[in-house]
Design a protein around this ligand. Structure first.
Ligand code: SAM
Length: 285
């Protein structure tokens, strides 16, 4: 099966036949390297027969890799030309696996349900401009997803996997940590893509865990996170004054949560953010 993936010639052919002009807006950079595809599939640590959702299958590079590894795939693609072509590509290149693919034409950010068995993994080479929202939306909406392996811009990978206090720790780090542990597993050079992007990429593996125990809702916790990082230079007391009603009320809630009101958001764990949200709710009740 080692020739069954898309190389540079096949990508060029397919794109030419379909008249595909890759757009930056949709983050269309297609992988034309079989080694990279197999590396992504391996890094995901899947079990044959597993149900996998792929966001943005594009010309099918990674889809073929997932099918080759024995997965059952539901793929969500926003581009009508690409979505329409994908079943034909699979039927030609991997006819014996074609029955294990379902393609949906839709914006991944608006997908409410997926056909077939609930997927237990998300594997994707994400469109760069919506990578974080897609990732968070899928973790929130599909709680059967236990593992996520995504290729994203290297800087985004760093942010997703950053621990508190790290230079790149921020909103994506805390929100991802609400759902999962995140680990950056590999760097991928830009030469494996057509067209060649002007950034490097990296793989991030997320493994779901229970979210922090708290009486506050997930929405409320995320509100606190957004407020804490909206004004990075402010202390938490200042940054949360708006949400609390006043700096004094923010100070009270922070103290009740056992967090130093003079600290900044970039030092707090997701558990501390959850405690603050709970304390703010308790003060308002
Ligand atoms: N998986 C393919 C590969 O590895 O070669 C293509 C990856 S390319 C980086 C991103 C893909 O996501 C493109 O096919 C693009 O059309 C699609 N896409 C962009 N925005 C999307 C969205 N909001 N929902 C679903 N697909 C989207």
């Amino acid at each position: 099966t080692s020739n069954a993936l898309l190389g540079p010639a096949q990508i060029r052919d397919l794109a030419g036949r379909l008249g595909v002009r890759p757009t930056k807006t949709l983050g269309q950079n297609f992988v034309h390297d079989a080694g990279t595809v197999r590396k992504i599939v391996r890094a995901a640590g899947l079990t044959p027969g597993q149900r996998v959702v792929e966001v943005g299958p594009g010309l099918g590079s990674l889809t073929l890799g997932l099918l080759e590894a024995g997965m059952s795939v539901v793929a969500v693609e926003i581009d009508p030309v690409l979505a329409a072509q994908l079943p034909d590509t699979i039927a030609t290149m991997a006819p014996e696996r074609a029955g294990d693919l379902t393609v949906i034409l839709q914006d991944a950010l608006t997908v409410k349900e997926l056909p077939g068995p609930p997927p237990t993994a998300l594997v994707a080479n994400l469109p760069y401009n919506v990578a974080v929202p897609v990732l968070l939306t899928f973790l929130e909406r599909f709680d059967t997803l236990e593992r996520v392996l995504v290729m994203v811009q290297a800087e985004v990978a760093d942010r997703l996997a950053a621990p508190p206090g790290n230079r790149t720790y921020g909103i994506p780090s805390v929100k991802a940590a609400w759902y999962a542990t995140a680990r950056r597993t590999a760097t991928i050079g830009r030469s494996v893509f057509w067209p060649v992007p002007n950034v490097d990429s990296a793989l991030v593996l997320l493994e779901r865990r229970d979210h922090p125990q708290t009486l506050a809702t997930r929405k409320r916790v995320f509100q606190v996170v957004d407020a804490a990082f909206a004004q990075r230079r402010k202390t938490l007391r200042g940054a949360l004054a708006g949400l609390a009603g006043s700096p004094a009320l923010a100070q009270e809630a922070l103290e009740a949560a056992g967090v130093d009101p003079g600290a900044r958001g970039e030092r707090l764990t997701v558990v501390e953010f959850a405690r603050i949200a709970e304390a703010l709710d308790a003060a308002a009740a």
